[in-house]
Design a protein around this ligand. Structure first.
Ligand SMILES: Nc1ncnc2c1ncn2[C@@H]1O[C@H](COP(=O)(O)OP(=O)(O)OP(=O)(O)O)[C@@H](O)[C@H]1O
Ligand SMILES: [Mg+2]
Length: 377
């Protein structure tokens, strides 16, 4: 099969291990883990938006603890000063009538950055951030634009910025090529794991150096696109345009690299249509007007990625479970039949470890449902 790796690549093995270990510890965060690791390989910034306490910091901190290199983390508030992000003004330079910043330990010297509550930042910070994120340059004060080493900025927020919240925020939001809403835990089993496991911090067996991340980036960029995947990408863009979703040219162009990075993460030798799954987090402009949902639907329809189908089927499982009244025998039987039908659909999906995991979960739920209805009788 095409997805099998042809030869062993130690850096890829590390990514695979981290992917597995992060997903094992974080509940229902497989997509987010994939998103952040893909962003790391692609060297593109990522933004997670979700309610308080849904594991955003836990994931982003864990990924940063996995990477070597220089890191910079900050929780932004409207009172955070530019000095705290970019470094204080040099006093000795001031004495010589020069205005320079000392950037040691601050964002301009970081390989990896984590900005929590990114949209809370003041206007002055937003403007500097825009430049650092987009052009990856910074002027310490002498008028010279220096390249910053920044490879990846991870950001989190409790809400989306939309055109209504101001142009600056919308512009900053656009700097994050990968953006995703994070939902609270949905499944029963997930909730039980959340409640009854006392430590959710992932145990990572490896670390990855900036040089290795660079190796991964190059390897990903060299993965060829299959003609089917190319065609699917073009069809997705056309279909999205019909639905009124028209991501900008920069976004479209950069998405190609992101999909290659995801194919690399999946251990593939070439980009296949199913790797377009990750593009659902890139190919929309504004969170308004259901754009992210439209992107997901169109990609699922055109490229039929297994992961997206599994997520959708699992949602259906939860809906069946919530609606079922186990004390009513015919109700329970109907629910069991629906679950069996969902399992049948899952069994036809291939080429993704998530299918097996989802089917196991489904089987467990079916067993519980039957037991509960027997007990009720
Ligand atoms: N999906 C999850 N998997 C494992 N643990 C979780 C999950 N969601 C929440 N937790 C637990 O809740 C704690 C709080 O999560 P975390 O601080 O990462 O939330 P957050 O999304 O960053 O919230 P905030 O928006 O308030 O910063 C975690 O340290 C973890 O113990
Ligand atoms: Mg947090």
């Amino acid at each position: 099969m095409k997805l099998v790796r042809s030869n062993v690549d130690p850096v890829r093995e590390k990514f695979a291990a981290a992917r597995k270990e992060l997903s094992a510890a974080l509940i229902e965060r497989e997509d987010e883990v994939d998103l952040v690791l893909t962003a790391l390989v692609a060297n593109e910034h990522v933004l997670l938006v979700g309610p308080p306490g849904c594991g955003k910091s836990l994931l982003l901190d864990s990924v940063l603890s996995w990477t070597g290199g220089t890191k910079f983390s900050i929780l932004l508030t409207k009172f955070t000063s530019v000095e705290e992000v970019m470094g204080p003004v040099s006093l000795s330079a001031l004495k010589a009538d020069k205005y320079l910043r000392v950037t040691t330990g601050k964002l301009p010297e970081a390989d990896y950055a984590y900005c929590d509550e990114v949209f809370k930042a003041s206007s002055a910070i937003l403007n500097t951030l825009l430049r650092v994120l987009n052009e990856r340059t910074y002027d310490v004060g002498d008028g010279v634009a220096r390249k910053v080493p920044l490879k990846l900025c991870l950001a989190a927020s409790n809400e989306w910025a939309s055109p209504d919240t101001g142009k600056e925020l919308a512009a900053l939001s656009d700097r994050f090529l990968l953006r995703k809403s994070v939902s609270p835990i949905r499944s029963q089993a997930g909730r039980q794991k959340l409640l009854w496991t006392r430590d959710h911090a992932p145990k990572l067996s490896t670390t990855v150096s900036p040089a290795e991340v660079e190796e991964a980036r190059r390897a990903a960029l060299s993965l060829p696109w299959s003609s089917e995947a190319k065609e699917a990408m073009e069809t997705v863009l056309k279909e999205l345009a019909k639905e009124g979703v028209q991501p900008g040219d920069r976004r479209q162009f950069k998405t190609v690299g992101v999909v290659q990075a995801f194919a690399y993460l999946c251990g593939a030798d070439e980009v296949l249509p199913e790797h377009l799954e990750v593009a659902q987090h890139c190919l929309w402009d504004s969170p308004d007007g259901d754009q992210p949902q439209k992107a997901a639907q169109v990609i699922a329809r055109v490229a039929n990625p297994v992961g997206m189908r599994v997520t959708q089927l699992l949602l259906e499982v939860e809906q069946v479970l919530v609606a079922a009244d186990v004390r009513n025998l015919s109700d329970a039987a109907k629910a069991a039949a629906k679950l069996a039908e969902i399992d049948r659909q899952m069994s036809s999906l291939k080429g993704n470890g998530r299918v097996e995991k989802a089917r196991l979960y489904l089987k467990e739920q079916l067993k519980k449902l039957k037991l509960a209805s027997i007990e009720a009788v």
